[in-house]
Design a protein around this ligand. Structure first.
Ligand code: GRF
Length: 198
C-alpha cells in the first residue's frame, strides 16, 4: 500500500476528489496518510479530518526562514512514509530541497493547458481571466510533475481540455473546469504517477 501526502492551502475540492477516489476504489493500492496545509483554517483541513486523515499545518509564519520550513515539510513527509506527494491548490512554492528529496514523486494540478497560463502569478481566477482576455476557444487542466527548475514547468502527466463558452466569466470557467475536468483528472494523474511504483 502506497502512502500519498496531499499539500493544500484552500477549499480542497481536489483533495475531496482524491479522498472519494481512494474510498470508491478508483485509486488503487494507495491511501492518503497525511494532509499538509500552508495555513490554519483552510477548509481542506476539515475535509481531511472528516475522512480521518492526519493533518498538519506548516505555515511560513511559524518558521524563521525557508530552510526551517522546508525541514518541517521533509520531516512530516518522512514521518508519513510518503511515496507520492500531490499538491492541490498549495499556494506556496516548494523549496528545492523538498523537490529534490522527492524527485519524480511530486505531482501538481494546474487549471490551464500548460505550458500556457502557468508560472508565477497564474493562480486562481487570474488564470481564467487571462484565458478569457486572450479570447481562447478552449482551456483545460494539467497534472504534471513538480521539479526544482521553475513554477508549473515539470513534465506533463495528463491534460484535458474543455471549450470556453461565449458567456463564460472567470468564475463560471473555474467552476466548470473544477467539476468537469480537474476532479476526474487528479484521480487519473495520481493513478498514472502511482504506476511508477508498481
Ligand atoms: C485548483 O484549481 C487547482 O488546479 C489549483 O488550485 C485550485 C485548488 O482548488 N492548483 P481546490 O482547493 O482543490 O478546490
Amino acid at each position: 500500500m502506497r502512502n500519498i501526502s496531499v499539500m493544500i492551502s484552500g477549499g480542497g475540492t481536489n483533495l475531496q476528489a482524491l479522498i472519494d477516489g481512494v474510498k470508491d476504489g478508483r485509486i488503487e493500492g494507495a491511501r492518503i496518510g497525511l494532509v499538509i496545509s500552508s495555513r490554519d483554517g483552510a477548509y481542506a483541513l476539515e475535509r481531511a479530518r472528516r475522512a480521518g486523515i492526519k493533518t498538519i499545518v506548516i505555515s511560513k509564519d511559524d518558521y524563521p526562514g525557508e530552510n526551517e520550513k522546508a525541514e518541517a515539510i521533509l520531516a512530516a513527509l518522512s514521518d508519513a512514509k510518503t511515496d507520492l506527494v500531490v499538491t492541490a491548490g498549495y499556494m506556496s512554492i516548494l523549496d528545492k530541497r523538498v523537490c529534490r528529496a522527492y524527485k519524480d514523486r511530486i505531482i501538481n494540478i494546474h487549471p490551464a493547458l500548460l505550458p500556457k497560463y502557468g508560472g508565477i502569478g497564474f493562480y486562481g481566477l487570474n488564470v481564467h481571466r487571462a484565458v478569457l482576455d486572450a479570447g481562447e476557444k478552449e482551456t483545460g487542466a494539467t497534472v504534471h510533475y513538480v521539479d526544482d527548475e521553475g513554477v508549473d514547468s515539470g513534465a506533463v502527466i495528463v491534460q484535458r481540455s474543455i471549450p470556453v463558452l461565449k458567456d463564460d466569466t472567470p468564475e463560471t470557467l473555474q467552476k466548470r473546469l473544477l467539476e468537469e475536468v480537474e476532479h476526474p483528472l487528479i484521480v487519473e494523474g495520481t493513478n498514472l504517477a502511482l504506476r511508477r511504483f508498481v
